[in-house]
Ligand binder design. Structure first.
Ligand code: G6P
Ligand code: MN
Length: 441
């Protein structure tokens, strides 16, 4: 097995340490010779890097080299894989996005509605630049991107790099939901075989099989409705906000029992209830700053002080394991099946070819090979078409420097609808995103 040189771009992330634990857990299946951290924020990167150095010394002695840098050439030269997890504007801008939307009485969320639009317009510019930078030094590297909002980012990258099959957009939500299915069904999550369709953060599981072909779908639905639905991955299991989200997914299933919904649909199907649940002075960004970020920073600081990872509060998380298993399938051409984001091209027959859809794919050395979904029922098609138009308008607005398209986008978005609100939100977001967004006239 060829050993890989992996670069983590955006290594200052609060998810990095979980990812490093996952690399250790998966080292037999995805062996590494070198890990390189890349970030533009030296300070955030350094804390994670110093802790990782200690962790790898103790638990990954086979690794030939670990380093961290803010230099693109040093980072990307000879890379086999680049995992990209950047957040333009950081959690501070996430908080702005959430609060501005809530101030106007609509959903304030990282990837949904006005917040998703704001973040999308910030991410596009940096993601395009980053992909050019990676391609300059590593034309053949696999780029696994999970920068949000993945739907908008994927569409923009497809426009800019239409033939780059080694650039793949991935989200961990489907697998994070499947962990809960596995728990309910009392099976291993990797033994489940899902059928799924939609856009990123906007999709449905139509079937849940196991590897022997047994269909667990109806029993699973019944168990969720009767006994409840809770997050099970270590990263989110004890998080009150995620617990509420999974509870709401159960309600969605009661209201629309045909398919099993992605949790993010709650923001589009019950927007008023979501607004009511929020405290504008303590939105999700603040919770993450005080929760996950503080926990990760404290853990790293303690490791660095003690010089050991022993006893540290570090866990393998599904997000990391999923990315690594997907990477291994690409690297070793094993054609394993994962839900990822690809160009539709007839996979969902009654949606446009150029839509970036999230569907089960076989991951091979020639890229992601989507499996046929076929025709989807009218209700889902209608919902998806509205959301897809919103996403396309945001991306078009970016490339064409067209403010009117942002107002159209929010008018179409189920979290806003009202034109007066759409206009006011766009104006506020333009001010808040000065320096990050295109200069709209
Ligand atoms: C899931 C989604 C990600 C999203 C994250 C937010 O993992 O798939 O796209 O960024 O949740 O979680 P947080 O805990 O930061 O609100
Ligand atoms: Mn996601």
């Amino acid at each position: 097995m060829k050993k890989q040189r992996l670069v983590v771009a955006g290594s200052g992330s609060t998810y990095t340490m979980g990812m490093m634990m996952s690399l250790i857990e998966e080292k037999e299946r995805f062996p590494l010779k070198e890990v390189v951290f890349y970030d533009i924020d030296e300070q955030r990167q350094e804390r994670n890097a110093k802790a990782t150095q200690i962790l790898f010394q103790e638990q990954y002695p086979e690794l030939e080299s670990f380093s961290y840098t803010t230099n693109k050439e040093e980072a990307f030269k000879e890379a086999d894989f680049v995992f990209v997890q950047i957040r333009t504007g950081g959690l501070a801008m996430r908080e702005q996005d959430e609060q501005i939307a809530l101030k106007h009485g609509v959903v304030g969320q990282e990837t949904c509605g006005p917040g998703g639009m704001a973040y999308g317009l910030r991410s596009i510019r940096d993601m395009i630049q980053l992909v050019y930078d990676i391609r300059q030094y590593a034309p053949e590297a696999w780029i696994l991107n999970y920068t949000n909002p993945a739907a908008i980012v994927a569409d923009a990258l497809k426009r800019e790099f239409p033939h780059d099959y080694r650039l793949l957009n991935i989200c961990d939500m489907p697998i994070a939901i499947m962990i809960s299915y596995a728990k309910i069904l009392d099976v291993d999550v990797w033994d489940l075989v899902p059928e799924y369709f939609g856009l990123n953060h906007f999709g449905w599981f139509t079937k849940i099989y196991d590897k022997e072909g047994n269909d667990h779908t109806e029993r699973l639905k019944q168990l969720i409705i009767e006994t409840g639905f809770t997050p099970e991955d270590t990263e989110i299991a004890n998080d009150v906000s995620w617990q509420k989200t999974f509870e709401q997914a159960r309600q969605m299933l009661i209201d629309f029992p045909e398919f099993l919904p992605n949790t993010y649909l709650q923001y589009y199907l019950y927007p008023e209830d979501m607004v009511e649940k929020e405290d504008p002075n303590h939105t999700r960004a603040r919770q993450v700053i005080e929760g996950r970020q503080k926990r990760v920073h404290d853990t790293c600081d303690q490791m660095i002080e003690k010089g050991t990872a022993k006893g540290a509060d570090l866990h393998v998380d599904i997000h990391g394991v999923f990315m690594i298993k997907a990477a291994a399938s690409l690297a070793y051409n094993s054609g394993q099946r994962f839900i990822v984001i690809v160009e539709n091209n007839g996979v969902i027959t009654n949606l446009p070819d150029d839509a970036m859809v999230e569907v089960p794919c076989l991951l091979t050395s020639q890229g992601a090979k989507p499996l046929v979904v076929g025709e989807i029922p009218t209700f889902y098609k209608g919902l998806i078409e509205g959301q897809l138009a919103y996403e396309k308008l945001v991306v078009e607005s970016y490339f064409e420097n067209n403010k009117q398209k942002l107002i159209q986008a929010l008018t179409l978005n189920r979290t806003v609808v009202n034109v007066k609100k759409a206009k006011a939100i766009v104006e506020d977001l333009i001010v808040a995103n000065k320096g990050y967004w295109p200069n709209y006239e």
